[in-house]
Structure formats: structure tokens, C-alpha cells
Design a protein around this ligand. Sequence first.
Ligand SMILES: NC(=O)c1ccc[n+]([C@@H]2O[C@H](COP(=O)([O-])OP(=O)(O)OC[C@H]3O[C@@H](n4cnc5c(N)ncnc54)[C@H](OP(=O)(O)O)[C@@H]3O)[C@@H](O)[C@H]2O)c1
Length: 209
Amino acid sequence: MSYGTAGFTACLSLLGIEDAGVRPDDGPVLVTGATGGVGSLAVMLLVDAGYDVTAATGRPEHTERLRQLGAREVVPRDDVLHPAERPLVRGLWAAVVDTVGGDYLGSAIRATRPNGVVTCCGMVASPHLNTSVLPFILRGVRLLGIDSAGRSRDERLRVWGRLAAVDAGDGLEEITTECTLDELDERIEMMRCGESAGRTRVAIVGESG
Ligand SMILES: NC(=O)c1ccc[n+]([C@@H]2O[C@H](COP(=O)([O-])OP(=O)(O)OC[C@H]3O[C@@H](n4cnc5c(N)ncnc54)[C@H](OP(=O)(O)O)[C@@H]3O)[C@@H](O)[C@H]2O)c1
């Protein structure tokens, strides 16, 4: 359950990048919202698959933790923003796992290398996307929507099979905080305030426990 829907979604993003033919030696992969559930697991899974990961985060105090997950670079989240007036900027990323949307997603598309892939699963920054078509028609950038809910049984088996094969080491436990049902309201409030990181696993303790 430490993987949960976040791990499933991160793994769908990884598989989308791999299926699109982006290889580890094509260049770095950016992960936005890197301390979040999807983001931190995306960092872990991409590193396990051999990619060179740059993690963008609004919380520099988590830099060491992201490095322990294997991120080669950890950058302030606003460093990956590029002005919307410039339809293309220097191609930095072979691929991007975007979990936050808005200007971060638009910027990622503008800074993706030719034939690169940008996966889009979340909208914590904004559900709106401001982009021209130029990255798509001049660089062949591909935007891949990720929907964890509508997957077939075969796709689910593929994703969970891949997750089961990952050498998570201590990484998965280190980003997971366990709480009881009684502590859940407090954890949810922390999430709402942007004070939680990684995954929260709820321990269901029976009457005898
Ligand atoms: N498509 C699907 O099937 C699917 C499945 C699961 C989740 N989701 C969506 O994916 C997104 C991420 O989910 P999650 O579970 O990882 O959430 P989460 O644990 O709350 O993490 C979100 C992360 O986004 C960053 N962030 C927060 N507010 C931000 C802002 N205003 N601007 C820019 N970045 C901000 C923070 O990372 P930093 O502090 O490191 O920047 C935060 O840790 C959510 O929108 C969720 O609904 C979609």
C-alpha cells in the first residue's frame, strides 16, 4: 500500500516514457512536485530504470531525501519555469513527469528536447495549460495524459508486475509515514497545507490490536 495509486500513476508515467522510445542516454528526465507521492515515487522508479533524474521541488529542506532516492539534480521548482511568451526554450529534458500542471507543465513542454515525452497526471498548481503548438510541430514533443482509473486488467497486471520487480531498497519505507485512523484528520490537514511529503500509509488496527 506504500505504492498505492501514486505508485501506480508514477509507474504508468515511466511506462509511457519507455514505450515512447525515450532511453536513459537520451538525456535527463525532469520530475515536478518531486516531494509529493507521485513525484517521489516517479524519481525512485525512473532512477531504478536507469534514467538521470532532475527533481524540482518547492521544499529545499527535502533535497537530501530526494538525492537519497537517486535524483542527480535537485532544483527549486521556480527554476524550471520559462516565460510563456517564448514558445520554445533550450531543449533540456528528454522526458518530463509533470505532477503539478499549470505553468510548470507549459514550461516543461517548451523545454523538452526533440521527440521527447511529457507526461501529465496532476494539477496541484493549476488545471490550465498555456502553450503554443510549436513544441509539438517543430520538435515532435509528445504530451501523454495519465489516467490511473481507466486501465484494463492487462494494463494493471503490467504495472503491478513492474512495481513488484523494482528494487526499492529502503527508499519506499523512507518516504512513507504510517498513521492510524485516529491520526488521519491531522495528516489530511497537513497535506492540505503542503506540509506532508511522500506517502502516508494508514494502519488499520483491529479490535484485538
Ligand atoms: N491522473 C491520475 O490518475 C492521478 C493519480 C494520482 C494522483 N493524481 C494527481 O497528481 C497530483 C499529485 O498527486 P500526489 O499524490 O503526488 O500529491 P501530493 O503528495 O500532495 O504532492 C503534490 C506535490 O506538488 C507540489 N506542489 C504543491 N503545491 C504546489 C503548487 N502550488 N505549485 C507547484 N507545485 C506544488 C509539492 O511538491 P514540491 O514541494 O516538491 O514542489 C507537493 O508535494 C495531484 O493533482 C493528484 O490529484 C492523478
